[in-house]
Design a protein around this ligand. Structure first.
Ligand code: NAP
Length: 253
């Protein structure tokens, strides 16, 4: 028996990195997939990869920092597949690196708008449907930086701490309504997000980042997808309100 047979799985930021790995694993486990992402030049190739596993997968162009676009994306998902069983609120960006005193207001608002407001917008719409169904699972992609600080990333750290708090609070609110809400806190994972920030597997920045993890390596998107599958499926049936660390030991130090 596949773990997500005929479930509708909505994934933001599902065209790349962690979101795409989760989409492919969920599709392999029998799910119908709705990807909501900013349209990019990789849209077609990424969707082909996902559709190779489940041809019914759909793409919806959506900027998660826009409340109305998020509402439309979730409506289109429900109109297409008739339910919303699992939502992975994963879209996120890194943003400029600066100390707090030098951080521009624009950079602050952009990261908070996507990484925190975007998660709230998604949850608000998702929970309206899930409350009607009296069932559903939400997984928010937080970070180890939702639990500790990291110099020159105050906007990102503040947003991810917010995502953890939002997850815990909503988990309590919906715990008796058949809805489970959790977060995942990955360590540094080898995805385009890191490359965009100048971190490559073997450059100086990459070597330093690897050295911060007791396992002395970056994580792989597929390793985060395994945690997602656990939380999304019946395997995680008694798990709600957690912020699960998948981090090569980063937070154990
Ligand atoms: P990624 O490879 O850059 O994928 C993120 C996806 O989200 C991309 O397709 C991106 O599109 C899209 N996106 C960006 N802004 C968006 C918006 N406003 N609305 C909708 N989609 C948007 O990054 P990733 O590493 O997989 O990160 C996924 C999540 O994991 C993020 O929340 C990130 O903070 C979190 N995370 C990552 C790491 C890590 O080390 N990689 C560690 C901890 C947590 P574009 O490519 O066009 O921007």
């Amino acid at each position: 028996m596949k773990k997500l047979e005929n479930k509708t799985v909505f994934i933001t930021g599902g065209l790349s990195g962690i979101g795409k790995a989760c989409a492919i694993l969920a599709a392999r486990e029998g799910a119908n997939i709705a990807i909501a992402d900013i349209q990019s030049n990789t849209t077609e190739s990424a969707m082909q990869e996902i559709k190779a596993v489940n041809s019914k997968a759909i793409f919806i162009a959506c900027d998660v920092s826009d409340f109305a676009q998020v509402g439309n994306a979730i409506k289109k998902t429900i109109d297409t597949f008739s339910s919303l069983d699992v939502a992975l609120n994963n879209a996120g960006i890194g943003g400029e690196a600066n100390d707090v005193g030098d951080m521009t207001q624009e950079a602050w608002l952009r990261v908070i708008g996507i990484n925190l407001n975007g998660v709230f917008y998604c949850m608000k719409h998702e929970l309206q449907q899930m409350a009607k169904q009296k069932s559903g699972v939400i997984i928010n992609m937080a970070s180890i930086l939702g639990k500790v600080g990291f110099a020159k990333s105050s906007h990102y750290v503040a947003a991810k701490h917010g995502v953890v708090g939002l997850t815990q609070t909503a988990a309590m609110e919906y715990a008796t309504q058949g809805i489970r809400i959790n977060a995942i806190c990955p360590g540094f994972i080898e995805t385009p997000l890191l490359t965009k920030g100048g971190i490559e597997e073997d450059n100086d920045a990459g070597k330093w980042i690897k050295s911060l993890h007791p396992m002395k390596r970056l994580g792989r998107a597929e390793e985060i997808a395994e945690a997602f599958l656990f939380l999304a499926s019946e395997s995680g049936s008694f798990v709600t309100g957690t912020a699960m660390e998948v981090d090569g030991g980063y937070l154990a130090q």
